[in-house]
Design a binder for this molecule. Sequence first.
Ligand SMILES: [Zn+2]
Length: 394
Amino acid sequence: MEIESWWLLAIPLFFGLGWFAARLDLRSGGARPRGQLPEAYFRGLNFLLNEQPDKAIDAFVDVVRLDPETVELHFALGNLFRRRGETDRAIRVHLNLVERRDLDAQQREHALFELGQDYLKAGLLDRAEDAFNRLEGSRYAAAALHHRLELAQMVRDWPLAIGHAERLERDCGERHGRDIAHYRCEMAAAALAQGTPEGRAAARREIAAASAADPAHPRPPLLAGELALAEDDPAGAIAAWEPLVRESPSFLALAAGDWLAAHAAVGRFDAGLAALERVQAEHPAVDTFAAIADALARERGQEEALAWARAGLERQPSLLALERLLALHAPLADEARRGDIELMQRVVQPQARRLARYVCRHCGFKARQFYWQCPGCSRWDTYAPKRTEEIERG
Ligand SMILES: [Zn+2]
């Protein structure tokens, strides 16, 4: 069995506990000669050094049974159980400590904090929340508040998450502006999805609050544009997106199609196209490429769209762009060549689908749609507005 790296860390810990247990013996004047450790302790240490963590744990459990007053050893064991994923045993050890009447308040709070983490790891979210809530006012309050924030995010209770994040800012001097902006945007997106005037009014309030929490973040202006479109206000949408052109141009790719449609709706297609092409020259994105090709086909005809796409593909060879080009080409080709083009499409499509995904920078989770919060690791802002092909190209 290969030794896990954390066991290497555990060994000095148990040496330390040995010293602690010896001190206890000295103080309590137990049956053993002075300074002598329980035999099971050495057995456990021996198993640990021989890379037999299961037997080591059994031996340390014996020590704890024989010497119930070795509180620190209980804590160490509970944590080892949790790290090994044996949350049932970790919960039993920590619950036992919480309920012991002979411990002082600080030790019981420590046990409660560990118990909360056991429940969290076991997925018992209600119990975890209860344990962390009970630590209000203790020296574990700030650490517990971080876990409460994590829990609020897990159950998507955004108002509660905002409250916790604001308290961490106020009481602990931490910065959570970006998190708060995301929580508000989540509320705005949900309100917008209701499709009612009340929902849109609520979305507007949350978007404004999100912008105030993190003025440089691209998500609030993107949502503000979406809201304006839902209100049939293309000029308002353009005004909402305009700051992105200067501040976060690469994120305009997420709204490129709507950007062009909104400009066409207010009779400014050429200006919108020119602005988007300038962004595309600096931050090439296949979504923008596709949006421009589609809009050109719609506004100026298939021939012009095809010529534009061909020139773009020559400048920047790309399988995803080639797939787009073939789709534009197929209806224009004569009978004889259409068969070839459709064959090429069938060859290119599976590869293109593989390269068209977004990738989390933190955990590598791949997704067809863009996420502000990774479904794999729950971190915010770990997706770039670029497809795998563009990321691999660098
Ligand atoms: Zn991730």
